[in-house]
Design a protein around this ligand. Structure first.
Ligand code: GCV
Length: 718
């Protein structure tokens, strides 16, 4: 852990010398787009000179949005009035347009560069137009101009020079989606920021202002699709009444480059179920939802046609099937491929896709939950239609604080895999804990699967370059809600931001992303930025330490998934209990997934298969995931497992205490409302992290029968 008391003192001394106190009120609604006036006089002068006029050529809904955004952004950042022109004036200008709609851009002859940018990419270049030094934003399509405009504003918010600007950027992944787990009654499954954004009872007549602000925020990151309802889908979403409501949302999202997608219930063609609580009923009149039944196929084709009549650019369906009580093709003895292909066939004529989730864990498939999805899906590789994604979560269990990568990545070369990440912090402290998730996602994306030898990174599976996938996608389970600040915790915004930025460019580092977000949201003071970034960067590892260190997993409160409940042993399913996962006994701790246990290690490619399998070579961060380890096993530090475990729990809590102290020292430099909000969150965070530590250690101690080392209590542990 790099974040230490010494660093902190150093940073704070710098802050005291150089920072100007902050005065304003911010409720977090504006996210990373508050466009506060720049205070670096040199940059301000440079920008004001370089952008003394703005020319935007062309006409469309997206261009109207660009005009508004650029005006708002530049006027905020530069503190000047900036009229937008449609022809070149004689001063230095920002010129925005596509060659199709802008004469000025056409004359620049940038076709060679534009060819590489595709539909969404953009070019920002410092260039002379008719002898006048200008900054140009161009693209093949208007949506590229919008992304380019947001990028320019980001560069300026980060105080980077525009003097020699020459930026070519296009997304590495084609489908970049938010998945909302929003229910039709306004609640959100695993949502911790209020109610759903979608006010179904008001739509289609009343349009909440937030729909547009939501679209704008996503477009600022390049997120280009949204699945608006939960994967535990209610079939009413497919009724004519709801399609009319969805049409309004789709129309609103369209100019922001965002396509609307739906989660569907596989049994939708069935009659409504008599049991209201069942996840199995439908909205149709059929007696079966068998994917090979001709009437069922016709039902889906008709439904898809009806949707496209209202929403011509509808994106497609996300499906949770034969998982956690949701119906699916296996109810009719058909395969996941049969189910997905039936929907894909209906969507194909319109360009829609199916995202078929791999989150399945039928206990009949294998005694070890971690092995089940792989065993079900790998044999189906090559059987899916071209417009089907299979969508696995990052790890094989369920969004735990840390999991090894899902073994499906690399193992389905013929099936595009869409990576599902979770932005909402279901298992990482809800909206109460400050946990920056970019390092977790980077650990997954940068993991080398070795599927085709060295350099077979997960990011290369996801961006399609490893297996030459014909389509590519990434999804993030949203953390947004009706709370004024969108995400419940102000720092939750950083995770929404990080997801979007990584979806566009997975090569960005967590540090870069954190720094951008801080400068755009909280402060541009270098020392404040460094201090907050340092806090954020270690926050995930700290959370792992006070919750589930060394590869522990799924020991949280049953159902609620917030606090600890390592002793949870009784449930309708063994794999919903905690004891199933930690397997503590008097000898040691951990789930033996090695070849002498469940043999889940065999699902990974060599050399991981061997490395994970051997207790001596398995990375410590996954040790208790793959092995049942003796309490006295010597760890890398030289300590015994028991002592190391105690140390990790204390270390995690101490980090949170340190974050709280650090935040307190920033009071003068952060907007008051935000300061108080985060301060209160950190107080809860610290209290609950201590509960995690104390509950888990006293539980495990009953088995280890060893003392908890006392010297840890009041010390800062590096
Ligand atoms: C949407 C976990 C969560 C469920 C979620 C499920 C899924 O089990 O606890 O709330 O359901 O994952 O991803 O389908």
């Amino acid at each position: 852990m790099k974040y230490s008391l010494q660093n902190m003192f150093f940073s704070l001394c710098c802050i005291i010398v150089s920072a100007c106190p902050m005065v304003s009120a911010d409720d977090g609604y504006d996210l990373w787009m508050s466009y506060r006036k720049l205070d670096d006089a040199t940059r301000l002068k440079e920008y004001r000179q370089a952008l003394s006029s703005v020319v935007i050529q062309g006409d469309s809904e997206t261009l109207r949005i660009i005009r508004e955004e650029v005006k708002k952004g530049l006027e905020g950042l530069l503190g000047v009035d900036l009229p937008i022109h449609s022809t070149l004036v004689t001063s230095k200008a920002l010129v925005i347009g596509t060659p199709k709609q802008s004469q000025l851009i056409q004359e620049l002859n940038l076709s060679k560069e534009l060819v590489t940018l595709g539909h969404e990419g953009f070019l920002i270049r410092s260039i002379k137009i008719k002898g006048i030094p200008s900054i140009v934003i161009t693209a093949n399509d208007d949506i590229g101009l919008l992304y380019g405009s947001f990028h320019l504003l980001r560069i300026m918010q980060n105080g980077q020079s525009l003097a020699d600007a020459d930026i070519c950027s296009s997304p590495k992944i084609q489908y970049r989606l938010l998945n909302h787990w929003d229910n039709m009654d306004g609640s959100i499954e695993r949502g911790y920021a209020g109610k759903s954004l979608w006010k179904w009872n008001e739509l289609p007549e009343t349009i909440d202002m937030r729909y547009q602000d939501y679209a704008r925020a996503n477009a600022s990151l390049g997120i280009n699709g949204t699945v608006v309802n939960s994967v535990n889908a209610n079939p009413i979403i497919l009724t004519a009444e709801y399609i009319a409501k969805l049409k309004v949302l789709a129309n609103l999202f369209r100019p922001y480059g965002i396509k609307l997608f739906l989660s569907i219930r596989f049994s939708s063609p069935l009659r409504p179920s008599s049991n209201r609580n069942s996840r199995r009923g439908g909205i149709g009149i059929l007696e079966t939802a068998d994917p090979l039944d001709l009437d069922v196929r016709r039902w889906w084709k008709d439904k898809v046609k009806e949707i496209y009549q209202s929403i011509p650019d509808f994106g497609g369906f996300l499906v949770k099937a034969n998982s956690e009580g949701m119906p699916g093709p296996q109810d009719y003895k058909r395969s996941h491929a049969d189910g997905a292909n039936m929907l894909a066939e209906a969507l194909a004529p319109y360009g829609g896709v199916v995202m078929w989730r791999a989150f399945v864990y039928d206990a009949k498939v294998d005694a070890d939950r971690a092995k089940r999805a792989y065993k079900e899906f790998v044999p189906l590789d090559g059987q899916f239609r071209a417009n089907v994604f299979v969508q696995p979560k990052n790890g094989p269990i369920d969004f735990q604080p840390r999991e090894p990568v899902h073994p499906l990545f690399g193992a389905m070369p013929k099936t595009p895999l869409m990576l599902e990440l979770q932005i909402t912090q279901e298992y990482l402290g809800h909206s109460k804990h400050l946990v920056f998730l970019a390092p977790m996602w980077k650990e997954c994306l940068d993991f080398d699967t070795y599927a085709k030898g060295q350099d077979s990174y997960v990011c290369r599976v996801v961006d399609g370059s490893l297996h030459d996938y014909s389509m590519t996608g990434i999804a993030g389970v949203a953390n947004t809600g009706s709370d004024r600040n969108w995400c419940g915790h102000l720092f939750g915004q950083a995770n929404w931001y990080a997801f979007g930025r990584l979806a566009w460019d997975h090569k960005l580092s967590s540090e870069e992303i954190a720094e951008e977000w801080i400068r755009m949201t909280l402060s541009r003071n270098n020392d404040v930025v460094r201090t907050i970034k340092s806090m954020m960067m270690g926050s995930w590892e700290a959370c792992i330490n006070y919750m589930t260190p060394l590869g522990l997993h799924h020991i949280m409160q049953a159902g609620f998934h917030y606090g600890p409940q390592p002793g949870y042993a009784r449930s309708s399913r063994l794999d919903w209990t905690s004891v199933y996962y930690h397997r503590t006994d008097s000898l040691g701790l951990g789930f033996d997934r090695s070849s002498s246990g469940s043999n889940a290690t065999s699902q990974y490619f060599p050399p991981w298969r061997k490395r994970f399998d051997n207790i001596g070579t398995c990375p410590e961060k996954y040790l208790l995931w793959f092995h049942h380890v003796s309490w006295d096993q010597k760890m890398e530090s030289g300590r015994a497992l028991w002592e190391e475990l105690c140390l990790r729990y204390y270390k995690g809590v101490n980090y949170v205490k340190e974050m709280r102290r650090t935040w307190a020292s920033l009071e003068k430099y952060i907007d008051e409302e935000i300061y108080v909000h985060v301060q209160e969150k950190l107080a809860t965070h610290e209290k609950d992290a201590m509960i995690w530590r104390d509950t888990c250690l006293s539980y495990f101690q009953k088995f280890s029968d060893r003392p908890i080392p006392v010297f840890f209590d009041n010390s800062i542990i590096e």
